[in-house]
Design a protein around this ligand. Structure first.
Ligand SMILES: Nc1ncnc2c1ncn2[C@@H]1O[C@H](COP(=O)(O)OP(=O)(O)OP(=O)(O)O)[C@@H](O)[C@H]1O
Length: 245
């Protein structure tokens, strides 16, 4: 018997007004695997993440997280989300440690007073993303890669078993890229289900166990090298992007 998928998206369609962002998308993600999500700008990647998080409601179709509705699953803290940088207010007066601590809020109850276990989970997460030295810095005062690592640390502190990362490698230095790639492989090795969107097609085979090619609908899903075949890329991008980059 195949195990219940960590994430199951069935026949999901999303419109924004007249814009069709997702068209009958179906896919499933399994625990212990990194899945790379690729597609051109506007192909619906962020909308897919938001549908899985439950912050965008599909017009039709269903999303199940470990068999539960997204809003229910979100409350249990299983879903970790690393947003696109544009979605974050970097001027907000929060330190790196504060942001990582928000990953513990679900466990703290209404008082939101961190206990010893919360502080130690945050310290551990900061160590894993190599940001201990910058823990007290305001989040706007970070490099692109450090910003991404801050949100990855939040997912680790949260002990999320499903991690959704919307372009964690965009505008990121090589060190952060390597740190994040290694971390994602380790987290999947420890049983997490990971969906990560990226424009770096060359890096995909080293990062991901499987890949999804999205263009409003799923064009291909499977082994990264098969998904990235020229014929598939031509359908998704209209160009030979592997030889172009
Ligand atoms: N809030 C919104 N209102 C109207 N249209 C939207 C909204 N958000 C996204 N869209 C449209 O929906 C489509 C899918 O957008 P989405 O952001 O999901 O794509 P994406 O693949 O993440 O793009 P990118 O790689 O540029 O981030 C696009 O045509 C976009 O213009």
């Amino acid at each position: 018997m195949t195990p219940q998928p960590a994430v199951e998206v069935q026949d999901v369609t999303v419109h924004y007004g007249d814009v069709l962002a997702l068209d009958r998308v179906s896919l499933s993600l399994q625990a212990g695997r990194v899945c790379g999500l690729v597609g051109m700008n506007g192909s619906g990647k962020s909308t897919l993440f938001k549908s899985i998080m439950g912050t965008v409601k599909p017009d039709t179709g269903t999303v199940r997280i470990n068999g539960q509705a997204p809003a229910t699953a979100r409350k249990t803290g299983v879903l970790g989300y690393v947003p696109q940088s544009e979605e974050v207010d970097w001027a907000f007066p929060l330190s790196v440690r504060d942001v990582v601590m928000t990953g513990r809020y679900g466990r703290m109850g209404l008082t939101r007073r961190p206990g010893k276990a919360d502080r130690s989970a945050v310290d551990h997460a900061l160590e894993r993303v190599e940001l201990t030295d910058l823990a007290d810095r305001q989040i706007g005062q970070l490099s692109g890669g450090q910003k991404k690592r801050t949100f990855v640390a939040r997912g680790i502190a949260q002990e999320a078993t499903i991690l959704l990362l919307d372009e964690p490698f965009a505008g990121v230095d090589k060190r952060s890229e390597a740190t994040i790639t290694t971390l994602l492989r380790e987290l999947a090795g420890a049983g997490a289900a990971i969906l990560v969107s990226t424009h770096d097609l060359h890096a995909l085979p080293a990062l991901a166990d499987e890949a999804i090619l999205l263009m409003r609908t799923v064009l291909a899903h499977g082994d990264p090298t098969l998904v990235l075949q020229p014929a598939n890329l031509a359908s998704a991008f209209g160009l030979d992007v592997m030889t172009r980059t």
